[in-house]
Design a protein around this ligand. Structure first.
Ligand code: PAF
Length: 283
């Protein structure tokens, strides 16, 4: 059974034992509501012959007033079961008062310009909240490696950049998006989708596939093909954009790229992305 730590001191005790034994440590950070995408992150970590900590912390700092913090799914018993099945050593599930003992932190990590566009534009302050908690959890768990999914491409880019810019001593490992058989990218928020939304939600994946198929014809063709799929299905998009994986800014030319989509399905806002190579059919 996976051990549960609710406090910093319980986490530190486990961490110190592993350090004394010279063992490597991996962390998988989550906000709970674990699904097969999280299980894949854990499996990738398990391949590394290392102790695995999963953090389960619904970080209030990354939710703006009026967002879904209050209704975000809370499934601790099932999360613990998944961790046990996947061989996780420790589930760190602190209360907000344990992570932020003095209340909301006055000093935070600033995500910079990439934090203000796309998801950052739709959710002002979101990435400062994400990076602040990720930095804190990296300090508290002191892992050798930290595993994050490509599903949240902008978050992943910002975390990697923070680790580089602030010399944080952890290796960030990227894990490809896990999809349902029909192509829907797994997300804890998929629980909000009612049956009628499901088909529309699949349009995001279809849009990415259409973009991928058009890659050989250039950047404009990619974006137009993806947007056409969304429009044809009556799905309202927030953005359909190609970015350069190196600097996460819009790209028009040939080369490796990430095609990003954000769209509204029912009352749920979904994001998805795919890596492709503009000007060629290779990925
Ligand atoms: O991706 C998430 O679940 C969260 O943003 C993270 C990285 C656990 C920080 O709260």
């Amino acid at each position: 059974m996976t051990a549960v730590a609710r406090t910093r001191s319980a986490l530190e005790a486990a961490r110190a034992g592993w350090a004394a034994a010279g063992e490597s440590v991996a962390v998988v950070m989550t906000m709970g509501a674990l699904h097969a995408g999280h299980a894949e992150l854990i499996r990738q970590a398990r391949d590394g012959d290392q102790r695995i900590i999963v953090t389960d912390f619904l970080n209030p700092l990354q939710f703006a007033p009026g967002e879904d913090l209050d209704k975000y799914p809370r499934t601790f018993a099932a999360d613990l079961e998944l961790c046990t099945e996947e061989g996780v050593d420790l589930l760190f599930a602190p209360a907000p008062s344990e992570v932020y003992p003095a209340g909301d932190p006055i000093v935070r990590v600033a995500a910079g310009p990439v934090g203000d566009v796309l998801e950052g534009e739709a959710r002002p302050g979101h990435f400062d909240g994400v990076l602040t908690v990720v930095a804190k959890l990296l300090h508290l768990t002191a892992p050798h490696r930290a595993y994050f999914g490509q599903k949240d491409a902008q978050q992943l880019w910002l975390i990697k950049q923070m680790v580089t810019d602030l010399d944080l001593p952890a290796e960030v490992v990227e894990v490809p998006t896990v999809r349902d058989d029909d192509g829907l990218a797994l997300s804890s928020r998929n629980i909000y989708l009612v049956d009628a939304d499901r088909d529309q939600a699949l349009t995001l994946h279809r849009a990415l596939e259409a973009g991928e198929s058009a890659a050989v014809n250039g950047a404009t063709a990619v974006v137009e093909a993806a947007q056409a799929q969304l429009t044809a299905s009556g799905v309202r998009s927030d953005y359909v954009v190609l970015v350069d994986p190196e600097n996460f800014t819009a790209m028009n030319g040939p080369g490796p790229a990430i095609l990003l989509v954000a769209a509204h399905v029912g009352s749920t806002r979904l994001i998805d992305n795919v890596r492709l190579h503009v000007g060629s059919s290779e990925k």
